[in-house]
Design a protein around this ligand. Structure first.
Ligand code: AMP
Length: 205
């Protein structure tokens, strides 16, 4: 297989990624975040278009640009902690917290945190899931920004926001690299009174 290099930064690109970059028409911004997301059809089950951000995370300039754009939206809002949803929200959230000069709070799935926790159960398409944080993860009135890689129905983010608020946090908003507008997540979080910031939208998912 011939190794193809990214025109922006020289790193090696997968064939899928190259195809997406080549597809871009017209003037392309220095870093095309959308083109750095890999789409895997029918994963993890038929009918799902899985939006894989590992290709974006592996691209040094793309990762930096994504974190900078996420940070700029809430840069003047006095964010004290960034709460990242397991697991891709940890990667983005750590970098975002560093850039905003904030602390980091892991929002984890059931049974993963070692200290005393509080949790919130939420509905999935089939069954339920649960998010948990440590009881002392946020202080009363502490200004918290939620982050995850992607918002679809908004169920996970809504559960995490409720949990943070139950713990006393003031939730400033929710940030995502990707939103799937057709699934209504943004409206759901905005209806809870929180702004939503997403860098890329994939319509029709
Ligand atoms: P939701 O609770 O419906 O908003 O789903 C959001 C969570 O599921 C996030 O943690 C995403 O990482 C994951 N997710 C949902 N749909 C997709 C998708 N099409 N591609 C990648 N991740 C997804």
């Amino acid at each position: 297989m011939t190794l193809v290099r990214c025109p922006d930064c020289g790193s090696s690109l997968s064939p899928v990624l190259v195809e997406r970059l080549d597809d871009a028409t017209g003037p392309r911004p220095a870093i095309d975040l959308r083109g750095l997301v890999r789409t895997i059809p029918d994963y993890p089950k038929p009918g799902i278009m899985f939006r894989d951000i590992t290709t974006l995370l592996g691209h040094a300039d793309g990762f930096r640009r994504a974190v900078s754009e996420l940070a700029s939206r809430f840069a003047d809002d006095g964010v004290r902690k960034v709460a990242g949803i397991e697991a891709r929200g940890f990667i983005l959230g750590g970098a975002l917290a560093h850039q905003l000069g904030a602390g980091f709070v892991p929002v984890r799935k059931k049974g993963k945190l070692p200290f005393q926790v509080i949790g919130n159960d939420y509905e999935l398409e089939y069954g339920t899931d649960r998010v948990e944080i440590h009881v002392d993860a946020v202080g009363s009135g502490e200004r918290v920004l939620l982050v995850d890689d992607l918002i679809a129905t908004g169920g996970t983010a809504a559960a995490a926001i409720q949990l943070l608020e139950q713990a006393g946090a003031t939730v400033l908003g929710a940030s995502f690299v990707i939103e799937l507008p057709d699934l209504g997540g943004r409206k759901r979080i905005e209806a809870m009174g929180h702004p939503v910031h997403a860098l890329i939208a994939f319509e029709g998912d």
